[in-house]
Design a protein. Structure first.
Ligand SMILES: *Cc1c(COP(=O)(O)O)cnc(C)c1O
Length: 374
């Protein structure tokens, strides 16, 4: 079976070179006679794998010395709680910028844990199709929270809010290592790996050391596994880490390095995204749902002209029919997982690091043909 172009929002496509390397090493990793899946995480063969993965994160993201790089489990969603439990501890008050589902879920989790949440800006007024401009944040907040790339809405910050001495926390799940980023501007960054770095199972956390509290300083009831200190003090080996996922992550990081690191991969991502947005902006059949100046390079939701309607039942049915037809015909042409999220409708193409320019060109060629026929 031929491989398809996979536009899934997550888990998502991985570089073919990486998959081939994994396949080649499946039965016998490095002369051990075992797969990495079968190895003790405390073995001589495994230790260099996790150490190399951390070293590569530090190298590619230029992580300053005074930051810890942690590999934890529980996905991005567990970080919504851990951020509050570990950072929302002084004034038990935090500022959130509301840019869609993931930012809202993070704020709800903080509230649930007893942290007072101030929503200091929101783009709810236009269905989260843009990133609000927040020049400067002041106040007695324990942290300021942003979702840097909004996977569902297709928006991305083109600036970093100035928060002075208040730590800035950012969810980079869907844009990690898609661009260069100045880690020193953030107190904490986290990213579930399954969008841009690896299969599901590991979450990367990069946290400034002075923000890691002692166990007794965390919010009451914080489990040991939810304390950053537990993972920081044990080199992410307090318990069994997701060994195989970290192994693949390391390979993906070496692949990114070969593409020219964060800067190199960013140039490729700009080229791919521009190709798609330019087509959307010039089309009278399709349009992007996001505002210029807030557009994600990774997630591109788009609608057809059948989505601009009066809300009548007939028009809604026609819109649904066209969307379904698009997704089905695209899949038959080897372009899969293009169904839009129900909150935006239409279609969504996720074009993460591992999606090739050829894949984007194939998508645009299909879209042109579909527009002519419909
Ligand atoms: C997917 C996603 C999450 C949730 O990640 P899980 O690992 O499924 O918990 C959180 N934030 C963003 C921006 C995401 O794209």
């Amino acid at each position: 079976m031929a491989r398809v172009y996979n536009f899934s929002a997550g888990p998502s496509c991985l570089p073919e070179e990486v998959l081939q390397e994994c396949a080649a090493e499946m039965m016998d990793y490095n002369g051990t006679g075992q797969s990495v899946m079968e190895m003790s995480h405390r073995s001589k063969a495994y230790e260099p794998i996790i150490q190399d993965a951390e070293a590569m994160v530090r190298k590619l993201m230029n992580v300053p010395e005074n930051y810890k790089v942690l590999f934890v489990q529980g996905g991005g969603s567990t970080q919504f709680a851990m951020v509050a439990q570990n950072l929302g501890i002084r004034n038990k008050k935090a500022a959130y910028i509301e840019t869609g589902v993931w930012a809202k879920k993070a704020a709800a989790e903080a509230k649930h844990l007893g942290v007072a949440v101030d929503v200091i800006a929101s783009s709810k007024d236009k269905n989260y199709s843009y990133i609000p401009k927040v020049e400067k944040v002041e106040g007695d907040y324990d942290y300021v929270y942003i979702c840097f790339n909004n996977t569902i809405m297709g928006t991305h910050y083109e600036y970093i809010p100035e928060t002075g001495s208040i730590p800035l926390v950012a969810d980079l799940s869907s844009c990690i290592l898609s661009e260069e980023i100045d880690v020193s501007k953030f107190g904490l960054i986290f990213a579930g790996a399954q969008k841009n770095l690896a299969p599901a199972g590991v979450t990367l956390v990069i946290v400034r050391e002075d923000l890691i509290p002692e166990p007794e300083a965390c919010l009451p009831g914080t489990p040991t596994m939810s304390m950053y200190k537990t993972h920081a003090d044990n080199d992410s080996m307090y318990n069994t880490p997701p060994c195989y996922t970290i192994y693949v992550l390391g390979k993906v990081l070496h692949w990114i390095e070969k593409k020219g690191g964060a800067a190199g991969i960013h140039r490729l991502n700009v080229e791919k995204a521009k190709y798609l947005y330019d087509f959307l902006d010039s089309s009278d059949f399709y349009h992007a749902t996001t505002e210029v100046g807030s557009r994600s390079l990774m997630n591109v939701p788009f609608l057809t002209k059948y989505s601009d309607h009066d809300g009548s039942e007939a028009a809604l049915a026609k819109e649904k029919e066209i969307n379904d037809k698009f997704v089905k015909a695209a899949a038959a042409a080897g372009l899969v997982n293009l169904k839009g999220h129900r909150l935006v409708g239409g279609m969504r193409a996720s074009i993460y690091n591992a999606m090739t320019l050829d894949g984007v060109k194939a998508l645009v060629a299909f879209m042109k043909k579909f527009a002519e026929e419909n």
